[in-house]
Design a protein around this ligand. Structure first.
Ligand SMILES: Cc1ncc(C[n+]2csc(CCOP(=O)(O)OP(=O)(O)O)c2C)c(N)n1
Ligand SMILES: [Mg+2]
Length: 650
């Protein structure tokens, strides 16, 4: 072949990634902007060596004046020069979480890669991969494998199988990746990377993209066609609705008396907030939101009625119960959104689903509108010109929302004691954070409270991962979000004590990278969430408190609180820590944290048992059908009564 360049597989990978761009709405930007990772023998001399060469070339470029530094500019933007910065994380799982939060914060238009060594380094990424794919967020994963040659087998950290030599632990990534490949010969990298970029920029079906790299192949040289490394732009599509499908959707909506819009993450990833508001304003259709879609419509818009479903607002749930047409935009209809198929209770309820992915558009026997959210919402607004809902229905939604907002105010300012309710912490945050500042959470009792109480002015403000709801996402997600959004946004992660104990270590990465975020550590000595669930279903909060075991072996975990000092622990990772005794001190300290330039953790003790926001919908969690426990028997009776409301939508 003419015009080739001799590089290792890893060097080719790094050079290729530095030349990839995404484009949407005329804005072109680097697609893969950096690599998180941890080196071991499986990648240090392959991907690690290639990243070093890339770093050296970048530094030499600056030193030699090859990269012009604009007069007055503080420093060179590495991305302008095809460079792939490397960030050393403390745990591979949290590296994937950080990459996921990064891409989510940038409407999935820019992504990061994660490199891991063979064996445990790679399997540590499995949870992160599943989270990314469940949330439909693109991340590029580069796990390592044992030698393709098999000569020194079994190598350190290799899982052997007596039945076949053709297996590796990275096969775990196959079912949880949207694209998976293993490179056993150098030239395979070419089609593999092309497909990887295709899936990373696919608005319909994206998620974890995994390319497993055997350790010997990473270091192997090949003569690559130079054209492989030319700048390449991946255009992120905005599919427009098919006219006949649009006409069907318009007919269905026009026939509705009580329509309800459900805004999901697809609205946010499409940048369709304005189009959603336009449609709502023009037609008066109320808009409820899911976790991924919150903020797509500002909370104080006349059509906004708040979160929908199991942890939703009483306003949205009341409207959903009687709605005759549900217009789902970019939603996957999780069980929290549908209250486990109980919230849409009108006998003849019908669905119009706008989605780029047929799989989601087809749910609930819907009239399908396969399209980009922005394109579809704009087309619906035009097609519905002159049509609007009845003014009494519009007023009903406004009144319901106003009543709910009074509940929110009450939750924000409970004055509960001796320990505050966590809803008071959320009230303080909501009032003290700016419209472009980001609140992050994923698991525990907090997502539910946030979904019904958080007043989001913009979609960027609300970053709650509630598809995989993974404890431990919060701190690494704060790192990824801050990297994505930069200095103009305060990033605030709300971290339960359970979540904190699972994955605190990226605080050290933030410190070493000079990245400032705010961590709100909520100490309630256990699982407020699963504890309340357990109690409500007759399981008596068993095993949901962090307590000492009483009476030695055979006793229960109901002794004194475990003497674990969460605040001191956060300080030990390098964060500045402010202990807050009560809500007033929390407010004062939060203002200090906003002004700080280092990662700052605010520690506050809250009441494990609430009071919680008023609930207005069900969640299906099965209760034991037979039991010797009276509490379980009673809960099973209640469960049967609730389950009667559950139905398929056909
Ligand atoms: C990785 C993972 N393991 C288990 C769960 C199940 N789970 C959901 S919430 C929760 C407890 C969270 O405790 P904490 O962070 O203290 O929040 P709290 O419930 O007290 O609000 C558990 C164990 C989960 N979501 N993620
Ligand atoms: Mg807790």
């Amino acid at each position: 072949m003419d015009n080739t360049v001799r590089l290792t597989v890893a060097q080719a990978l790094v050079r290729f990634l530095g030349a990839q761009y995404s484009e949407r709405d005329g804005v072109e930007q680097r697609l893969v902007t950096g690599v998180f990772g941890i080196f071991g023998h499986g990648n240090v001399c392959g991907v690690g060596q290639a990243l070093l060469e890339d770093q050296v070339a970048f530094e030499e470029g600056i030193d030699s004046g090859r990269y012009a530094v604009r007069p007055g500019a503080a420093d060179v933007d590495p991305l302008d020069h095809g460079h792939l910065p490397y960030l050393l994380v403390r745990n591979e799982q949290s590296g994937v979480h950080a990459a996921t939060a990064y891409a989510r914060s940038l409407e999935r238009l820019q992504v990061m890669a994660v490199t891991a060594s063979i064996g445990p380094g790679s399997t540590n990424m499995v949870t992160g991969a599943a989270l990314a794919t469940t949330n439909r967020i693109p991340v590029l994963l580069l796990p390592s494998d044992q030698f393709a040659s098999r000569i020194p087998d079994p190598v350190l950290q290799q899982l052997e199988s007596p039945q076949t030599l053709d297996t590796a632990v990275t096969d775990c990534f196959r079912p949880i990746s949207r694209f998976f490949d293993r490179i056993t010969r150098p030239e395979q990298l070419i089609p593999s990377l092309m497909n990887a970029m295709r899936v990373l920029t696919d608005p319909a079906d994206t998620g974890a993209v995994t390319i497993a790299l055997p350790q010997d192949v990473q270091a192997e040289a090949y003569d690559w066609p130079v054209a492989f490394f030319a700048k390449r732009v991946w255009h992120v599509a905005r599919p427009v609705p098919e006219p006949a499908a649009l006409a069907r959707a318009l007919d269905t909506i026009r026939s509705a008396k009580r329509p309800l819009l459900v805004a999901g993450g697809g609205v946010v990833y499409s940048g369709a907030s304005e189009s959603l508001r336009d449609l709502a304003s023009a037609t008066g259709i109320p808009v409820a939101d899911t976790h991924a879609g919150k903020g797509a419509i500002n909370w104080d818009h006349p059509s906004a009625v708040g979160g929908l479903g199991s942890t939703g607002s009483a306003a949205a749930n009341a409207l959903a119960r009687r709605a005759d047409v549900i217009i789902g935009v970019g939603t996957r209809y999780s069980d929290f959104t549908t209250a486990s198929h109980s919230i849409f209770a009108a006998p003849d309820v019908r669905f119009v689903n706008i989605n780029t992915l047929g799989f989601d558009a087809a749910k609930h026997g819907a009239t399908m509108l396969l399209a980009d959210a922005k394109e579809a919402l704009t087309a619906l607004t035009a097609g519905l010109a002159g049509w609007s809902v009845d003014p009494t229905y519009r007023q009903e939604a406004i009144d319901l929302d106003a009543a709910w907002q009074r509940e929110v105010d009450a939750c924000y300012h409970r004055g509960h004691g001796p320990l505050p309710a966590q809803t008071e912490v959320f009230g303080a945050l909501n009032e003290l954070m700016g419209p472009e500042d980001v609140v992050i959470n994923a698991a525990g009792s907090m997502p539910g409270d946030l979904q019904c109480l958080w007043r989001a002015s913009t979609p960027v403000q609300y970053h709650v991962e509630y598809a995989f709801s993974c404890m431990g996402y919060e701190i690494p997600a704060a790192l990824g979000t801050k990297l994505a959004l930069g200095q103009d946004h305060q990033v605030v992660a709300i971290v339960g004590d359970g979540t904190y104990q699972m994955l605190p270590m990226e605080i050290a990465t933030m410190v070493s990278e000079g990245i400032k975020v705010i961590l709100v550590l909520l100490q309630n000595h256990g699982f407020a969430s699963i504890g309340a669930l357990s109690e409500s279903r007759g399981s008596q909060r068993f095993g949901t408190r962090y307590r000492m075991r009483r009476g030695g072996a055979g006793g229960r975990l109901d002794g004194p609180e475990v003497p674990f000092d969460l605040a001191a622990n956060a300080a030990s990772w390098g964060a500045d820590v402010l202990r807050c005794n009560g809500i007033e001190e929390f407010r004062a300290n939060f203002v200090k944290a906003l002004a700080a330039d280092r990662t700052t953790a605010l520690y506050i003790e809250t009441d494990l048992v609430g009071p919680n926001p008023p609930g207005s919908a069900w969640w299906d969690v099965p209760v034991a059908q037979v039991s010797t426990l009276e509490s379980t028997q009673r809960a099973f009776g209640e469960y049967l009564a609730e389950k009667a409301a559950q139905r398929p939508y056909l």
